[in-house]
Design a binder for this molecule. Sequence first.
Ligand code: ADP
Ligand code: MG
Length: 425
Amino acid sequence: MKVLILGSGGREHALAWAVKRSKRVTEIVCAPGNGGIAQIARCVPVDLKDLDAMVHVADIEQPDLTIVGPELPLSLGIVDAMQRRGFRVFGPTRAAAMLENSKGFAKRFLQRHNIPTANYAVCTKADELEKAIDIFRAPIVVKADGLAAGKGVIICPSRQIALEAAHGLFSGKLLGEPQHQVILEEFLDGEEISFLCLSDGTHVAPLAPAQDHKRIGEGDTGPNTGGMGVYSTDTLLDAAMQEWIMHHIAEPTVQGMALEGTPFMGVLYIGLMMTARGPQVLEFNARFGDPETQAILLRLESDLVDALEASIDGRLDQVELRWTPGASACVVASSSGYPGSYKTGFPITGLSTAAEVPGVQIFHSGSARLGSQLMTGGGRVLAAAAAAPSLQEALARAYQAMAEIQFEGIYFRRDIGHRALKRTQ
Ligand SMILES: Nc1ncnc2c1ncn2[C@@H]1O[C@H](COP(=O)(O)OP(=O)(O)O)[C@@H](O)[C@H]1O
Ligand SMILES: [Mg+2]
């Protein structure tokens, strides 16, 4: 089989790594890929904002299976466009990806199907919002409706700050693009869990649960990032809680989408807040998470390609996903200044020594090749991911690998997994 992966980050590197382990795969092409992915797949340039360009790559490469990594191509309708041309592609249609593309759509969908989520108001005008805000108590969560690369959610300590944030979203001052809809949300307190599932439109198969670390600073301080680290353990959710989430959240979501005529096939990523009144949906993503995928796929024992094909063919109920017991952890290294402005083009060293640490895989997010030298090429540069029988051991391995890696201005959090470690103490 020839597999095409669309995307250029650590998620796509992990996907390529997992696809490469499949016995059925003979060739992997990644568009556009990055310096690290180029070590295990052939990379071809493409603009992920350009639907025609992506379809053109598929026309030339004629893949047997295409996996779409990021949200942007999904929101443009890459799956619809490729399916029309007869390609087998893993990912939701544009209509199904609305669960991620519009937070207003997602909130109304959750309410229609009685799926637990924070109380909310979807507002299309500033005066409407000024009226709606009176039913909320501070802190108030203000959200942009559309894709905002992690910059569209503002937790506001007061009504006044919430109004200013909402005005900033409507006017375009905050995100550049004016928002047509702004969502007000009740603030939820608890621990966050990333609950990812495969869906074939009817059946749902949960992946190993994970916990992400979004903030740049240790102790979860400072601005939001794309994700600075993640871990996955068996104990993050017990069997009863996993079943509850499947029964009350994951399955009703997939059934609801099918009922509404927009069946969801692909990865349904459910962002959950584990509150005192039970798990509540914070948001959906319509794709693999980054860096969750790096930690999750490291624990996957069964063949990823078999599972993705079963999703495309509607026979996910016949697939059993097997997981390595224990834990995995993934520590992301970023460029100095990230998530603000940063410089790129610094040589990365120590990669081969780092990769020799047992159980460790290095996944690149933003790297480029200059001759035989790998250079930094993004805010998040790479991650050391490790699997081990315990979380402590997985973290020790990931940090041991990270200690070998150097580039100018390297930064990484030293406290990945801190919540889980506290629980076991
Ligand atoms: N209702 C809420 N209560 C408390 N925190 C929230 C709430 N909604 C979002 N957050 C916080 O903001 C983060 C980003 O929100 P999310 O809805 O996941 O948007 P996105 O990932 O698109 O930026 C969440 O991971 C969570 O930490
Ligand atoms: Mg999120």
